[in-house]
Design a protein around this ligand. Structure first.
Ligand code: LLP
Length: 432
């Protein structure tokens, strides 16, 4: 139900003013999360369209009209989210043939997409060439003959960006740092010269740019600057390395606050890099995922009960690691707040779900206001890598998703049926 906009109280740690309290109740834009949970059940992902628009415009404002902003589809690949970003003018960064098929299903022109990925299969390369993606980002030599053959079959030169690994350490979780010396991603600068020469010598391939992605959830500008300095030195190494090169794709990785510290200083990054790119005649491309959608989502979950074990107090909720894997996989700390803010005293608890793993927790040793069974909690900043990493482990249905826009909302993914979970399984009649 809509409420007047004048009684908003910011939700601390939400990272976006689109999530705020009105008369003690948490809202997404002008829609009550309690009412959404009542109508659509829990666990429930709720996203703010206004927040996504604002973030996209912030990136656009920092990097200017010439920049190509390619949303990293893996962060949240719901068709409606892709359509929203497409309507804003975004391009797309794909890492699989499945993501390419999502674009097609959403009615988005694949020529707006770049196709990355550490190890593409033949069918993915053939599909990308057929659909004329704007460039393939190549980081493994095995792809070149496949790309050339697909180009020949379709009678066109295939545009290639080479993903370089400038060997730069970044301050983030080890699983999401991608440009360390021994990373599986990118091509070492020592080996990249030969790859570029191979592309330059192949009539079916066309070198159009370079790509670097340092890692995810970064907070500092300096590694991006160091990376481009290394790429610029590489470019000076031989004329063939510059011939036809139009783009520098600086990757994604812009961090959000998760309730602590500042979000990524976009304007500072643009000020540091844009003059250098233009001095080299290169157009900027970027691939933000988390920055565009992370703060735009919350996971609403119901408190099922409480229990004490040893010295630990547990709050048992109906969302689990299958719905939001980040705490279990990266020890990520997502702020959690009660949907009804009644100014209660806090105590230290573990917030855990029903999945049969000790790694199934949403928060550990967290200070949380005392909440009763049946109450709702909101796990904040879960718009990125939430539903897109969700699984059906323990034969749990993945959460439904709702997109709020002002005072209206739409279910953008139904909660799947149980039967859908085993629809493609083939029971063996002879065992019956
Ligand atoms: N470009 C490339 C080549 C990438 O590998 C990624 C993310 C991005 C762009 C987008 O990064 P972002 O702007 O969202 O940081 N599941 C992890 C994050 C994995 C990121 C993988 N690559 C998490 O939940 O933190």
């Amino acid at each position: 139900m809509a409420a007047p906009a004048d009684d908003r109280v910011p939700c601390p740690m939400a990272g976006s003013a689109d999530f705020h309290y009105r008369r003690g109740e948490l809202f997404c834009e002008s829609v009550s999360l309690r009412e959404l949970a009542r109508a659509h059940g829990t666990p429930l992902y709720v996203y703010s369209a206004a927040c996504i628009r604002d973030r996209y415009q912030a990136v656009r404002a920092a990097f200017g009209d010439a920049a190509q902003i390619c949303y990293a589809v893996k962060a949240n690949s719901n068709l409606s989210i892709l359509q929203l970003l497409a309507s804003l003018g975004a391009g797309f960064d794909l890492v699989s043939g499945g993501e390419l098929q999502r674009l097609l299903a959403a009615g988005i022109d694949p020529r707006r997409a770049v196709f990355a990925g550490a190890a593409k299969a033949k069918w993915e390369i053939e599909l990308g060439v057929k659909e004329q993606v704007r460039a393939f980002q190549v980081e493994s030599p095995h792809e070149l003959p496949l790309l050339a053959a697909a180009g020949r079959a379709h009678g066109r030169r295939v545009p290639i960006e080479v993903r370089l690994n400038p060997a730069i350490a970044v301050d983030t979780h080890a699983y999401i740092a991608t440009a360390r010396q021994d990373s599986k991603f990118g091509i070492d600068l020592d080996r990249a010269g030969a790859l570029v020469a191979q592309i330059a010598g192949d009539p079916d391939l066309e070198l159009v740019g370079y790509h670097v992605h340092l890692g995810s959830q970064l907070r500092a500008v300096e590694p991006y600057v160091q990376a481009f300095a290394a790429v610029a030195a590489f470019l000076r190494g031989a004329p063939a390395r510059r011939l036809g090169v139009k783009h520098y794709d600086l990757g994604g990785g812009f961090g959000i606050s998760y309730g602590k510290g500042e979000a990524f200083p976009l304007a500072e990054l643009a000020a540091a890099l844009l003059p250098q790119l233009s001095a080299h005649g290169l157009r900027p491309m970027l691939e933000p995922g988390r920055y565009l959608v992370g703060d735009a989502g919350v996971l609403v979950t119901e408190v099922l009960g409480h229990k004490q074990s040893g010295s630990t107090s547990f709050v048992l909720v109906d969302a689990a690691m299958n719905d939001l894997l980040r705490p279990a996989l990266y020890s990520a700390e997502h702020p959690i707040v009660p949907v009804a803010d009644r100014g209660r005293a806090s105590s230290t608890v573990d917030v855990v779900g029903p999945v049969c793993e000790s790694g199934d927790f949403l928060a550990r040793a967290r200070s949380l206001p005392s909440v009763e069974s049946g109450e709702l909690l909101a796990v904040l900043a879960t718009g990125a890598y939430g539903i897109s990493m969700a699984s059906c482990y323990n034969t749990r249905r993945r959460p439904a998703e709702v997109l709020v826009d002002g005072a209206s909302h739409r279910v953008i993914r139904r909660r799947e049926s149980f039967a859908a979970l085993w629809r493609d399984e083939l029971p063996n009649e002879s065992f019956a």
